[in-house]
Ligand binder design. Sequence first.
Ligand code: ZN
Length: 373
Amino acid sequence: MIKKIFAVIFFCLLFTSAVWADTVERYQGKSQLDDNTVYFDLFNFQGTNYFSLRDIAALLNNSECSFSMEYDNENNAVIINRNEEYVSTGREFNKSTGKKKTKRESCILNVKSENTDFTLKTYNINNRNYIALRDICRILELNTKWDANTKTITLWYYDDMGEETDICNITVLPPVIVDKSKPMVALTFDDGPSVNTGRILDTLEKYNGVATFFVTGDNASKYGDTLRRIVDEESQIGNHTYGHLRLTALSADNIKYQVNRVQEIVASATGVYPTVVRPPYGSYNDFVKANIDLRMLNWNVDTLDWKTRNAQSTYDEVMNTLSDGNVILMHDLYSETADAVDKIVPEIINRGYQLVTVDQLIYAKGTIKGQIK
Ligand code: ZN
């Protein structure tokens, strides 16, 4: 007996708006359906894959499974059917876009189905509504398998006979923004945000660069606007734990609390959860590793900016050690560090390097310098 699901997306609430440079962290997806190779855009935003609702519908429609898809032009909606029964309806929202910039707006979608209400965070980019793959799977009662080696997502479901049936494989192709043939480094800033973070973001914006900010609980709570700016400008937020305590001295529950509380603070300010944790003082052991589910990362270049409080010395340390794949530790608490960044960023770019987030570095390199797990 097939459970009937009818879902309609009926409400959209805009609560943030941002303009991205055209080279957003956009990936291409590729799927093989019979003899046809289908390419489509998707983007990975802090560890979550977002697909256009239309692309997902088209993939399901072209698969051998009993999905079909149609457009409801009157309501500007996509309707996905399974075995002649409606399973989901999603709207595409119309927004005007600039010529050279890609406009992204985040929306909350409330989806009503027969039995369950879903609240989803989605993004509208260039008039298309992007939905996290895991959300669409939840609504459609589909399952996913991820193969990290081939970077392939398999969508599957239980058919009428209870057999696991694959719908399609989606291969995630490299992001547009990272050129693997060019050297790259990740600037990372710990312990903020602070009053000086804005200046660092100004410099990054000026040179179209990105960085990763490992934030603590108190500062993250105080600087919600800065967190949103980090995310809007394509940089990354990492989790530096709530109270900046030495995790090796804590119980399992306390380690989890220290991490989870920052996850919630960042998510409630920006709508996205950090994907990576940096333990305070770089201090960890097997017990700490076992009690943190997220990726963990230290660094391989320590500028000692907190100790010298000298822009020239911080600049020299970064430049004298400059090498492909470096993960560079600084602190966005200090004005001297912001001064150093003002010189570091253009010089790094001058020398032919790309500035990337740690997620981009991991995507490009696999395991990276300073990675704990
Ligand atoms: Zn720290």
